[in-house]
Unconditional design. Structure first.
Length: 407
């Protein structure tokens, strides 16, 4: 009796036969970065489709202690770097063995944990020459690095610029500009101490920074705009001097006048925008009331020009990162993500509301109690709506960060 060794017929998976252009279309319609990774893991052809130029995935909101939740599908994931992690755009800043690292999907940069002062005369030095004093100060207070580093901008693999809260936790703390050059032997952040218009050596109170047209643009609290050269950040030039007019009925000298400023580069990289918003101060103002204005930097006329239309863009604003997405790439994600809208973190909104007469509606109470949320301002209608994240509970210190996964 013999054994018949015939060929065994196996069924072939039909998935690799999916045309590449159709696979690319499907993956471009997935708003979640994790879903895109799962899609690309099915087969090699799909992985290749996933590597094509895709519209940006929708961002996540920090839930604190290393947890992030996608605003597109509500899925939660945790950072592999532990609970003490802060996000700056697509980068995560974390601490390991008493050292600081900044990491995205393709690179890891070790950054210093202290800083030293830079003098005015250093602008005459070469791009990589050491400048300023040799004395250094610790960067991280007891409250942690997130309390000190307000924003980190990775200009290139050889230059990082950040806004540093130098006197964190003290009254009248100053938000200064610092820079660091990896790979040059520079062992600490360089603190720019250019003398401001009032003669103060600590410079200006910086609100935001952005990389635009190959230069670093810095916005201060009075809405003046400055540029710093990539090769020599100490070289500074004022490009816009006059602030924008306030809406009627707004008194900037009032103690209740609390305003937020953000800068963001348009999704096509052609415009530099400034967003200014505040909440009207009234006895029973509902959460749907706010003043929000968007301005474009006209560098030729050296002034801010108000714009009433975002050309279909979505603007995501926060102190650690602000980013613009083209509305044409997000409109199929749902009604909330239609174009011409501005997204503000609920924690930013709650900080302002707590200092004014609070609204007692259910939505505002959730914001005040730390339920992770965000606000959506419709530029077309001028209306504001609040969105609470799904499957989340109240958190005492919910993070105030957008995170934009990449890779």
């Amino acid at each position: 009796m013999g054994i018949c060794l015939g060929k065994t017929t196996t069924s072939r998976s039909p998935w690799p036969d999916l045309p590449p252009d159709l696979a690319a279309l499907i993956i471009s319609r997935l708003p979640s970065h994790r879903d895109r990774l799962s899609f690309g893991a099915v087969c090699r052809d799909w992985r290749l489709a996933a590597r094509q130029e895709l519209p940006p995935a929708m961002p996540c909101i920090s839930l604190g202690r290393g947890a992030y939740q996608s605003i597109a599908d509500g899925k939660v994931f945790r950072s592999s770097h532990g609970a003490d992690v802060t996000s700056f755009g697509s980068y995560l800043l974390y601490k390991h063995s008493r050292r600081l690292f900044l990491r995205d999907s393709s690179s890891t940069i070790e950054i210093p944990s202290d800083h030293h002062e830079c003098a005015d005369e250093c602008s005459d030095r070469g791009a990589h020459d050491p400048c300023g004093s040799k004395r250094t100060w610790p960067l991280i207070p007891a409250e942690g690095v997130a309390f000190t580093m307000r924003k980190v901008l990775v200009c290139s693999s050889s230059l990082l610029v950040a806004i540093l809260n130098r006197d964190a936790g003290r009254p009248g703390s100053a938000y200064c500009l610092v820079f660091f050059r990896p790979g040059t032997g520079q062992l600490s952040w360089v603190l720019l101490l250019t003398t401001n218009m009032y003669g103060y050596k600590h410079g200006y109170k910086y609100r935001d920074i952005a990389l635009y047209r190959g230069k670093i643009f810095a916005l201060i609290s009075s809405e003046q705009l400055f540029t710093h050269e990539i090769e020599q950040p100490c070289r500074v030039q004022q490009v816009i001097k006059d602030p924008t007019p306030l809406p009627p009925g707004i008194d900037p000298s009032s103690p209740s006048f609390l305003v937020k400023h953000y800068m963001v580069v348009s999704s096509d990289n052609r415009k530099l925008l400034m967003v200014r918003w505040n909440i009207p101060h009234a006895a029973y103002v509902h959460h749907s009331k706010m003043n929000l204005q968007v301005f474009e930097a006209d560098l030729q006329k050296r002034q801010w020009l108000e714009v009433n239309d975002l050309d279909g863009q979505l603007l995501f604003l926060s102190r650690t990162c602000s980013r613009a997405l083209a509305g044409s790439s997000t409109e199929h994600y749902g009604q909330t993500f239609r174009g011409n809208r501005v997204f503000i973190l609920g924690t930013d909104w709650a900080r302002i509301r707590r200092r004014l007469n609070p609204c007692t509606c259910h939505d505002c109470e959730k914001l005040g109690n730390g339920v992770p949320s965000y606000c959506v301002y419709d530029m077309t209608s001028g209306k504001l709506s609040l969105v609470s994240l799904r499957r989340t509970r109240r958190r005492k210190n919910a993070g105030s960060e957008w995170f934009f996964p990449s890779g």
